[in-house]
Design a protein around this ligand. Structure first.
Ligand SMILES: C=CC1=C(C)c2cc3[nH]c(cc4nc(cc5[nH]c(cc1n2)c(C)c5CCC(=O)O)C(CCC(=O)O)=C4C)c(C)c3C=C
Ligand code: FE2
Ligand code: FE2
Length: 353
């Protein structure tokens, strides 16, 4: 890691999303690092993106993920005294293009912050390797922040969104409604210690095969991936932030959502299984909050708002979702502290593929 004492600019890194439905196959090839997706998967994802408003013509305001991420970058720029750039790994504006623009603008040292607070080889590690390569090609110095899951203002931002909806749910059902925090699942082999060909993690089905192909190889490692633990730590901080209004550690659960289509085991428990368990315990409602996503996109607007709500309804559960952080000033303050070093984030050496 190259430490940059005083960066010339901040580069925010985000996932990226297609602008129109016809770009789906090309987008998925970026996400999977070139591995083509079956036509049925492309069609299913086109269907999901259509359900959240994407069409063949670009939306005037852009797709939600792009729109919110660019706004977050502008809001951060208003708080900091150095320029803020935004680059995406899987779609425009691509990280490499933005790094080239930074170079053209005279930036020589920059600090990169992922808009994904929990560190994982499958997400943050991939952002890191793409950004490091682009920076090295142009001779730019990069400092990379590899995780800020414990930032108190991140927890506060989520708590501020959770509190009104939890209070409403408890008032309507006249009981303590369970809270279900979620984060995006990762393949089991991502979180394993040892090499990628080790036996599957405890959350995989016993004896389940781990295909050699099917998902990207995130690289051999001798250290466990911190992602699952960091996600649960963020959830714990949110619940603790809500202790003054009565939330206890007995009120919340954690599940991993949106397991991928690739043929390999992904970590759980799934949201679907957790909803079944809550219904079986006699609950009539649940308040869900994804704690790894910082703005609206398909895995919130489709997976939660359409698919999980339907699953919950079939189980006799009312599902509420806390609003996404989107333009939360508290979130932007957290990112500002990560970016300017006021809050010391975990900086590590893990790379991507
Ligand atoms: C920590 C892990 C991951 C986060 C966070 C994450 C966020 C995220 N993902 C999409 C869209 C897609 N992701 C897809 C596949 C995929 N996602 C992850 C991990 C995280 N994603 C993995 C490991 C994979 C598999 C990659 C592979 O090589 O196959 C896909 C493809 C379809 C699918 O498998 O579901 C899409 C689309 C968004 C928009 C997002 C957050 C902004
Ligand atoms: Fe993903
Ligand atoms: Fe996903």
């Amino acid at each position: 890691m190259i430490s940059v004492s005083k960066p010339d600019a901040i580069l925010l890194l985000a996932h990226g999303t297609p602008d129109v439905l016809s770009q789906m196959a090309e987008y998925l090839a970026k996400v999977t690092n070139g591995r083509p997706m079956p036509a049925a998967v492309v069609e299913e994802l086109q269907h999901r993106y259509a359900e959240i408003g994407l069409r063949e013509e670009p939306l005037p305001e852009g797709p939600p993920l792009t729109r919110w991420t660019l706004l977050q970058g502008r809001m951060l720029g208003e708080l900091l005294d150095i320029p803020v750039y935004v680059g995406m790994r899987n779609w425009h504006p691509y990280i490499a293009d933005v790094v080239a623009k930074m170079h053209a603008d005279g930036v020589r040292r920059f600090k990169a912050v992922c808009l994904a607070p929990q560190n994982s080889r499958t997400s943050v590690g991939l952002y890191r390797s793409v950004t490091a390569k682009a920076a090295a090609e142009l001779g730019l110095e990069m400092e990379f922040v590899a995780g800020w899951a414990d930032h108190p203002l991140l927890a506060e931002a989520f708590a501020l969104k959770m509190w009104p909806v939890w209070a409403e749910a408890c008032a309507i059902l006249k009981t303590r409604v369970p809270v279900l925090f979620t984060a995006h699942a990762v393949p089991c082999r991502t979180i394993m210690s040892g090499t990628v060909s080790s036996p599957a993690s405890p959350s995989a089905r016993p004896g389940a095969p781990v295909p050699a192909e099917g998902i990207q190889n995130y690289g051999a490692s001798t250290t466990p991936d911190p992602y699952a633990v960091e996600c649960k730590r963020t959830a714990m901080h949110i619940a603790r932030a809500l202790a003054p209004v009565g939330m206890t550690d007995r009120d919340w659960y954690f599940a991993f959502q949106s397991q991928g289509v690739a043929g390999a085991p992904w970590i759980g428990p799934t949201v679907e299984d957790t909803l079944k368990a809550l219904a079986a315990e006699g609950h009539k409602g649940v308040v869900l909050q994804p704690v790894g996503f910082l703005c609206d996109h398909v895995e919130i607007l489709y997976d939660i708002d359409i698919a999980f709500k339907e699953t919950a309804r079939e189980l006799g559960l009312h599902l509420w979702r806390a609003d996404s952080l989107n333009d939360s000033p508290t979130l932007i303050q957290a990112v500002a502290e990560v970016a300017n070093g006021t809050w010391q984030a975990d900086v590590d050496e893990r790379g991507g593929q």
